[in-house]
Write a protein of this length. Sequence first.
Length: 192
Amino acid sequence: MRRRTVALVLGFATCLVLAGPARPAHAAAGEDEWQVSARLGVGDVDVDGRAPLGVLAGADLEYGFTDAWAARLSLGTGFHHVDADMKNMLPGGRVRASTALIGITYTFDVLRLVPYIQTGLGVINFSGAVTNPGLKLDAELGAGADYLLTRRWALGAVLQYQFTPAQLFGSAMEFGGTSFYFALAARISWLF
């Protein structure tokens, strides 16, 4: 067991050295650079008046068209267990919320720590234990920060709020009864 731990630590350290020294700036996708990120976290989906917590996974692809602005494609899915509610005739089982968004990211480059904000539009598909499964328009607001480990690798966290804007105008008293998705995820990114 001790040998395996030592081997993993040495292998990780070797990867860090081979990746090269950290750049002094542009820890996010800079001008004419690409960034691929994988996300894993927890989310709270509100659909049918229920808000179960669940796990989520996702991936982002960004292209920096300036040092601060990047275009972004984001895909994600979350799985949430809900109990049946016979009183309100709501099914039990698993709710799945899958998203596909295009948007923009603005980074505040501070050497190794890079905070950012993002927004996007796309679609969300609710399926499984919901009364009205299907595809809906989705909007996203997000904020996060990445820490540059090497010239090409970064670790970070992102907080995302997604909502179905068409439902916001239904009832002002109930804030439209809109479905939303609130998520906190860790992410790892590769810049090239």
